[in-house]
Ligand binder design. Structure first.
Ligand code: MG
Length: 326
């Protein structure tokens, strides 16, 4: 369970070495973790990336799209035959991706320091690239609410240096923003994060979970949760605070309201994904051989968890469904 990855590149695609049902890499910590398929295992479905992030699943196309940030490209995996190809390059060092309520791809671009929408004809529309006349830092992750509002984080990792974008000074705070679907106006909804990162709504959208990965810059490594009051966030409090010395990056909720959080950069035995109840109790872990940054639910029944972990993408069928999303 706590093995180090031997040599990453030597791992083949498919199930991991010494896999046996039920997958010993899926750890039950609490009887409420009822989401394990006892005859399914973690599969490595794609590999060879420098740093994988931002998975988003397209049910209509039966494909997964994600970002390979340092390689300045986005990739696409076809569920039907497992084929992997380049979806877009250059990607402007894209990071987080999601879909809006009309199914269009929404992308955070580090290098161009903007949030974009890919239209049905393939053209790219800029949704946000500045706030009060100053350029965004480097948007990281994004979700779209059922009213069409686009909520995104702007920690600025993409302007820390050349590897994931380009070096530049931050001209704005490390804020969380909401883009109004009617006016297109961008407003700050949270300004007290060190490095706001992944975010996701509860299934009823009454709560918004936001990661602070500020441990990379002397801050915390935790998830906060807010009550959503129309266009504002209220009553912010700590939801989960047990990631240090590692950190979580990307998060998603399932239909029961559990929060699934990526994990990495600490004890290698903790690399993977964690599952927290809506009350914040840690009830299960998925152990991966590489640090995990982002995840999403997908598959035809939304019961397949896709995990972007360093050089590879992993998938696992669960007895859980992602919260309803296009
Ligand atoms: Mg992120």
């Amino acid at each position: 369970m706590h093995e180090h990855a031997p040599i990453l590149a030597s791992l083949p695609l498919g199930t991991l070495p010494e896999t046996r049902y039920p997958d010993p890499r899926v750890e039950l910590l609490d009887k409420r973790f009822t989401y394990v398929q006892r005859n399914a295992a973690i599969e490595r479905i794609a590999s060879g990336f420098r740093w994988a992030e931002g998975p988003v699943y397209f049910r209509d196309l039966r494909c997964l799209i994600w970002s390979d940030i340092p390689n300045n490209r986005m990739m696409r995996w076809l569920e039907e035959d497992g084929r992997v190809s380049v979806f877009r390059t250059p990607s402007n060092y894209a990071n987080g991706n999601t879909r809006d309520r009309e199914g269009r791809l929404i992308t955070c671009e580090h290098d161009a320091r903007r949030v974009t929408r890919t239209e049905y004809d393939g053209t790219v529309t800029v949704l946000a690239d500045s706030y009060q006349g100053k350029p965004l830092n480097a948007p990281n992750d994004v979700v779209v609410a059922s009213d069409g509002a686009v909520w995104f984080t702007d920690p600025g990792y993409g302007i820390d240096g050349p590897y994931e974008g380009h070096a530049a000074p931050a001209e704005l705070g490390r804020n969380v923003y909401r883009l109004d679907p009617q006016t297109g106006a961008v407003r700050v909804v949270a300004d007290d994060f060190v490095r706001p990162n992944g975010l996701c709504f509860s299934p009823d959208e009454r709560r918004l979970y936001i990661v602070d990965s500020g441990i990379t810059h002397g801050g915390p490594a935790h998830i906060r949760v807010f009550d959503v009051a129309r266009e504002k966030l209220e009553n912010g409090r700590i939801f989960a605070d047990d990631f240090a010395p590692g950190l979580t990056d990307g998060i998603r909720t399932d239909s029961d309201g559990n929060v699934w959080a990526s994990m990495g950069w600490g004890d290698p035995g903790e690399d993977g994904v964690r599952c927290y109840t809506p009350g914040g109790d840690l009830i299960g872990k998925i152990h991966l051989p590489e640090p995990c940054a982002n995840l999403c639910f997908g598959g035809r029944k939304r019961d397949r968890l896709f995990m972007c972990a360093s050089t590879s993408v992993y998938a696992l069928y669960l007895n859980a469904e992602g919260a309803q999303r296009p």
